[in-house]
Design a binder for this molecule. Structure first.
Ligand SMILES: [Fe+2]
Length: 330
């Protein structure tokens, strides 16, 4: 059976992200006092954070990974779920349903899980639990809506397989490409969208031998805010708290957003962005850019010592990655 005639583009958004860390106090301070999220639940095992009327957008659970461990994908309805289920079945992948406390901790009625690309759990759901109590946050508003809660950038050693997963199973569309040399390695970025948001996933891969110099599954995740004051306020707060600004304010040439990157307590970066353009499907033309930033995005700590500190670690991680097999469902 083929259902390729059914197109589920525009029926998927990034709904929530699960992080696992032992540094829960640091994460709470980072997200609440720094970025400006609303703390909803706070127990020993679990903290949940709100950005809008969803009961939960970010979950930090206590555990050793120091990484993003799951993406929650919000689907338009059960038909969308059935399309994904039948496509996965053709690859002998079965979804496992979860409900009860595991689902309510994520702010959903129930969800269906698979072991996704790069060992990130992919959790599909249709029913978010909503909460209309006002947010306690210095941010005027986070930009969520049909575009979802933000995006993630993932380095892959099997980028074609990862791309196929997103385009064949979830009907993602390629928005554009960027090629850029970073620390002596040339990286190709492919930006993918599931809806009007310019991208929800960016796949990065080194040219030639495929290296993965980053310890964490994702390189960064992004949250979008509504005003420039939201952006500058968050920057001032995380800086005051002493978090390292991986990249100062700058602008990307493809989605046009203005953003900064801060190093999170688990080591991957969090990008706060503002004013990204959306995609007009009727007139969009795929372009290839030759730089990741139009202006800005300079590291807070330039200089040789910092370069060696960061890149000697990355160099060894990159070499070690050659010995590891990256999980791909397809
Ligand atoms: Fe980004």
């Amino acid at each position: 059976m083929t259902d390729k005639k059914i197109d589920i583009f525009n029926q998927i958004s990034l709904g929530y992200v699960v992080i696992e860390s032992r540094k829960t106090d640091q994460w709470r301070s980072f997200l609440v006092d720094g970025i400006g999220l609303h703390l909803a639940q706070n127990t020993k095992e679990l903290m949940t954070f709100r950005m809008d009327d969803h009961a939960c957008r970010l979950i930090v659970r206590h555990g050793p990974a120091e990484d993003v461990v799951a993406f929650g994908w919000e689907l338009a309805n059960l038909n969308t779920l059935e399309v994904i289920r039948s496509r996965l079945k053709q690859h002998n992948i079965n979804m496992t349903e979860s409900s009860g406390s595991e689902a309510s901790a994520r702010g959903v009625e129930n969800f269906w899980r698979i072991r996704g690309p790069k060992d990130i759990e992919f959790e599909y759901y249709t029913q978010p639990i909503l909460d209309d109590t006002p947010l306690k946050t210095p941010i005027s508003a986070f930009e969520t809506g049909v575009g979802g809660m933000g995006h993630a950038a993932i380095i892959s050693r099997v980028p074609d397989k990862m791309l196929n997963f997103f385009t064949d199973i979830m009907d993602a569309r390629v928005t554009d490409y960027i090629t850029q040399a970073i620390a002596g390695v040339t990286l190709d970025f492919t930006f993918l969208r599931f809806n009007e948001r310019h991208h929800t996933v960016a796949i990065a891969a080194s040219q030639g031998v495929k290296l993965d110099p980053i310890r964490t599954r994702i390189q960064h995740m992004n949250l979008m805010v509504e005003t420039v004051e939201d952006l500058t306020g968050a920057l001032q707060r995380v800086r005051k708290l002493g978090y390292e600004i991986a990249r100062e304010v700058g602008r990307h040439p493809n989605d046009h957003d203005i953003s900064f990157y801060v190093v999170s307590p688990s080591g991957f970066e969090l990008e706060v962005g503002w004013n990204a353009r959306t995609v007009d499907e009727a007139n969009w033309k795929i372009q290839h850019y030759d730089r990741i930033s139009q202006w800005g995005h300079k590291p807070q700590n330039p200089g040789l010592i910092n370069f060696l500190r960061v890149n000697s670690v990355n160099f060894w991680n990159g070499i070690l990655s050659l010995t590891r097999k990256e999980h791909s469902p397809l």
